[in-house]
Design a protein around this ligand. Structure first.
Ligand SMILES: [Zn+2]
Length: 109
């Protein structure tokens, strides 16, 4: 009979909608992250960018070590940049070197 529904139908409906929304959200997040430029160059003028401290909602959207909030020194562009694999490797190396220097400095009187 048309126009009749049960709670089972409602539950299925809600489950399907929730699943679709979740899939959409994940897809959009992936697309959004894929759109972020990789590297530390400004996407507008190819100038040098500086990382700025993340505050408020920036913390939320630029999660992880790879994404950084950047500010261009030349043209004032501000946005998210994705750190490249090379950068991540370099940063890891830099931190290791820094730790080594600290250890040597602490050992000396
Ligand atoms: Zn720029």
């Amino acid at each position: 009979m048309p126009g009749r529904w049960t709670w089972t139908d409602a539950a299925i409906f809600i489950a399907v909608i929730t699943a679709l929304q979740l899939a959409m959200f994940l897809l959009l997040t992936k697309v959004f992250l894929g759109m972020i430029t990789e590297g530390d160059r400004c996407p507008v003028c190819d100038g040098e960018t500086q990382a700025i401290e993340r505050q408020g909602w920036w913390r939320l959207i630029s999660f992880g070590l790879r994404n950084r909030r950047s500010w261009c020194l030349s043209c004032g562009w501000e946005g998210l940049l994705r750190r490249s694999d090379a950068w991540v490797a370099r940063e890891r190396e830099r931190r290791r070197a820094w730790r080594q220097v600290e250890r040597v400095r602490r050992a000396r009187p």
